[in-house]
Write a new protein. Structure first.
Length: 432
């Protein structure tokens, strides 16, 4: 039986796990990353739309996204990779978030003001100027496209919040690989095609983790374990015997992202009024996804490995028809094109970045759908948390705070606690 002894082992080599690996390695730790897939970013990261936006329902969410944007804009310098490796790139297109009762624009604007995010308030005429061909009608609430009510006339017109510094990352899987490569240059090791079979506890201190055992018999002895396993994170917690004190549940959710020819819209558009979003790509297409409207039943699944990766005709027609209602110039292709992935979703769509009742065992979970954009900063948040807790800080009683290097905002990591209440004003959607 093989035996490995890093300072920290991370389960999951997606964009979150790879970012944590990089920052822990930068902090001087010997890091090992284990993933059942064949390379970095091959799980739910590869199904991300990789939108970089700042619309969240909490100060911590907005502040984290705004700081992370500064890291994306300096991606090559941030990574410090040697050689001429291909790099993911951030495209600054701006994001238009159309008005909806679920995300009141006044609330978003107030958070932008606190955090320092530049924005513009657009009315319906401004929408027509900036997005030629748009129908700015108010159709709330979103409705199934098979119901006659979907085609009812508007009840008024919408405005929007426009953030010029938002955009998207062109290749989410490559971004995860970039982070993994940067971590590897600092000594981090990656074990792919390996599955965790058990989480070990200290024989005399059962409240303390001592490492992992893999399905092939390999034993990894480590004082710190980080669960960044995406949609498999709940299963790993069960192996570790943690979760009884969590007030926030996390479940795997199958999601589809579709692709159509680019009609030349330009910025990212989030349309909660109709229940969809779209973003440009770099290959002559736009990506389209849903915003979890109440009229669309979520596809919760028990086993992420059993999820069908193929897009369905029904979901494709639903999403594209909604986009075509907003932009009538868009045609609806007959054949669905896109991908399906499995997201790791928390009850309030806010991630859990926290310690657990098992000392040395940390979680970065509930991240799918809206945390790709924050990954470069999440590595720093987890590293700060681990360093403080492992040296005796009581994070549960006195939450760790992180001062952002570029923006100066202070993020209270208690906002991402496993024990937080679900706020009544939470978006409860991918908007977080």
């Amino acid at each position: 039986m093989a035996s490995l002894q890093p300072d920290a082992v991370i389960v999951g080599a997606g964009v979150i796990g790879s970012a944590v690996a990089l920052e822990l390695a930068r902090a001087g730790r010997q890091v090992l990353v284990v993933d059942k897939a064949g390379a970095a970013g091959h799980g739910s990261t590869s199904a991300s739309s990789a939108i970089v936006r700042f619309n969240y329902s909490t100060f911590a969410g907005v502040a984290t996204a705004w700081e992370a944007q500064h890291l994306w804009t300096s991606w090559p310098e941030r990574l410090g990779l040697t050689g001429g490796r291909p790099l993911a790139a951030f495209h600054r297109t701006g994001t238009v978030v159309l008005d909806s009762p679920s995300v009141p624009p006044a609330n978003s604007a107030a958070l932008f003001d606190r955090v320092g995010v530049p924005y513009e308030r657009w009315d319906a005429d401004a929408l027509r100027r900036h997005l030629p061909g748009i129908d700015p009608g108010r159709y709330w609430p979103p409705k199934p496209v098979d119901e006659d009510a979907f085609f009812d006339g508007p009840s008024g017109e919408l405005g929007a919040l426009y953030t010029p510094d938002a955009g998207f990352v062109d290749d989410p899987q490559l971004a995860a690989q970039n982070l993994a490569d940067a971590a590897a240059e600092l000594g981090a090791r990656f074990l792919f095609h390996h599955t965790v079979a058990a989480v070990d506890r200290h024989p005399h201190r059962p409240d303390r983790v001592t490492g992992l055992r893999l399905a092939d018999g390999t034993r990894i002895a480590a004082p710190v374990v980080v669960n960044a396993a995406g949609p498999w994170s709940g299963g790993l917690n069960r192996l570790a015997g943690v979760g009884d004190d969590f007030t926030i549940g996390v479940r795997p959710l199958r999601e589809e992202v579709h692709q159509i020819a680019d009609p030349g819209i330009g910025p990212v558009v989030a349309d909660l009024d109709l229940g969809t979003y779209l973003r440009p790509a770099t290959d002559g297409h736009v990506l389209i996804g849903g915003t979890e409207p109440a009229c669309d039943p979520p596809e919760w699944i028990d086993d992420p490995d059993q999820a069908d990766p193929r897009p369905t005709a029904h979901c494709f027609r639903t999403q594209v028809t909604r986009v075509a209602r907003r932009f009538p110039q868009i045609g609806i292709p007959n054949r669905p094109l896109g991908i399906a992935g499995v997201y790791d979703v928390a009850d309030d769509w806010t991630p859990i970045y926290d310690r657990t009742a098992l000392a040395g065992y940390y979680v970065a979970m509930g991240t799918s759908g809206n945390q790709f954009k924050n990954a470069p900063l999440v590595g720093r948040l987890l590293t700060t948390l681990i360093d403080r807790v492992e040296t005796g800080h009581d994070h549960d009683g006195d939450p760790v705070r992180y001062r952002c290097e570029h923006t100066g905002n202070v993020v209270d990591l208690g906002a991402f606690s496993r024990r937080r209440p679900v706020r009544p004003d939470s978006a409860r959607t991918v908007m977080g």
